[in-house]
Design a protein around this ligand. Structure first.
Ligand code: CP
Length: 328
C-alpha cells in the first residue's frame, strides 16, 4: 500500500469492514493471533507518535512482532544502500512499513522486495491516515455518499507534508463525497492528482472543489477536517532544516509572511457555520491555537481522539488482510 491511487471502492470497503470486525472483537476482549510468527519491519526516517506506536501495537495485539528501525540503527545511508538493505530485509520480514521523506524511494522499495510495503506517510501520500479518516466519518455518519467533507488548511509554524490531502482525494473520489479543499494559493494539491480525482468523483457521483476561504468551505459541511500542509519540496526542505537542528521551519510563504496566512485558523464560529451534526477532525499532532482554536479540538463536535484510536484498528485490518490471511 504505497499509494491509494489504484484502490477500488470495494477494496476500501473491505478494509473498513475488516476494521469494524477487528475493533468490535478487540472491544469484546477477544484475543486473535492472526499475525502469529509474522514480523513487521518499520523504517522511520521522520518522527511519529501515532503511526509508529499504532503499527507496533497492531502487530502485538494480533500476535506478531514489530521491529522499529530509526536512522542509525542499520547501515542504511552509512555503509549500505537502501536497495541492498531492503533486499535483505525482504527475506526476513513479512511486511515493511516506512515513513520516508520521498515517495519515489517507497516505490523503489516495493520493487526491490517481494513482501507488502505500507506507506507510513511521505512527501506525497498518507494512505493509512486517509483510510482512517473516512472510516471514522463512516462510523459516525453511517454513510459517505453525499456528504460535504471539507479539508481546511490551517496556519502552522512548520512544514507538514501534503500526503493526507492527496490520499484523501483518492478516497473521496471513489465514495461519492462532495470534497472541498480550502487552502491559500500556492498550497493546492498536485494538478495530476486533482484531475484524476475529479474524473473518478464524476463516476462515483461526488465532486471535488478548491476554495480560497474557510468560510466558503465549512458552509453546510458535514465534516471539517483541519490540517496544515506544504508542497513536497518545502516539506523535504523542512526535514533537512530539522536534521540540521534548526527546527522544522524551512522557508515557505506562510512562514515568511505569517500575518498574511494566520487568518487560516478554524474557529468555533466556523464550526457553527457547518451543519449542526458536523464533526471536526485532525490527524494530529494538532497545532492548538494555530491551525484551530482549542475548543475545535476539545468541543462536542470533535472526533479527533476517536480518529487517532482508529489508526490502530484500520492498520490491524490492513495487516490482517495483507499478511494475516484474514477473510471476512
Ligand atoms: N497522524 C500521524 O501520522 O501522526 P504521527 O505523525 O504521530 O505518526
Amino acid at each position: 500500500m504505497v499509494t491509494l491511487k489504484d484502490y477500488t471502492t470495494d477494496e476500501m470497503y473491505l478494509i473498513w469492514e475488516t476494521t469494524a470486525d477487528l475493533k468490535r472483537r478487540q472491544k469484546r476482549g477477544e484475543s486473535l493471533d492472526l499475525l502469529k510468527n509474522k514480523v513487521l519491519a518499520m523504517f522511520f526516517e521522520i518522527p511519529s507518535t501515532r503511526t509508529s506506536v499504532s503499527f507496533e501495537t497492531a502487530m502485538a495485539k494480533l500476535g506478531g512482532h514489530a521491529i522499529y528501525l530509526a536512522p542509525g540503527r542499520t547501515w542504511i545511508g552509512i555503509e549500505e544502500s537502501w536497495a541492498d538493505a531492503m533486499k535483505v530485509i525482504g527475506r526476513y520480514a513479512d511486511a515493511i512499513v516506512a515513513r520516508l521523506m520521498e515517495h519515489s524511494l517507497l516505490v523503489n522499495i516495493a520493487d526491490w522486495v517481494d513482501i507488502p510495503v505500507i506507506n507510513g506517510s511521505d512527501d506525497w501520500e498518507h494512505p493509512c491516515q486517509a483510510l482512517t479518516d473516512f472510516y471514522t466519518v463512516f462510523e459516525r455518519k453511517r454513510r459517505l455518499e453525499g456528504l460535504k467533507y471539507t479539508i481546511c488548511w490551517g496556519w502552522r509554524h512548520s512544514n507538514a507534508p501534503i500526503g493526507l490531502v492527496h490520499s484523501s482525494l483518492y478516497v473521496a473520489s471513489r465514495m461519492g463525497v462532495d470534497f472541498v479543499i480550502a487552502c491559500p494559493e500556492g498550497y493546492d494539491p498536485d494538478k495530476e492528482v486533482l484531475e484524476f480525482a475529479k474524473c473518478e468523483a464524476e463516476k462515483s457521483g461526488g465532486s471535488i472543489e478548491i476554495v480560497r476561504s474557510i468560510e466558503e468551505a465549512v458552509d453546510g459541511a458535514d465534516v471539517i477536517n483541519i490540517y496544515s500542509w506544504t508542497p513536497p519540496e518545502i516539506f523535504r526542505k523542512g526535514i533537512e532544516t530539522y536534521r540540521a537542528g534548526k527546527g522544522f521551519t524551512a522557508p515557505a510563504p506562510h512562514l515568511e509572511k505569517p500575518d498574511e496566512y494566520k487568518k487560516w485558523k478554524v474557529t468555533v464560529d466556523h464550526v457553527k457555520m457547518a451543519k449542526k451534526s458536523a464533526i471536526t477532525m485532525h490527524c494530529m499532532p494538532v497545532a492548538r491555537g494555530e491551525e484551530c482554536e482549542d475548543e475545535v479540538v476539545d468541543g462536542p463536535w470533535s472526533v479527533m481522539f476517536d480518529e487517532a484510536e482508529n489508526r490502530l484498528h484500520v492498520q490491524k485490518a490492513i495487516l490482517a488482510l495483507l499478511i494475516g490471511g484474514y477473510t471476512p
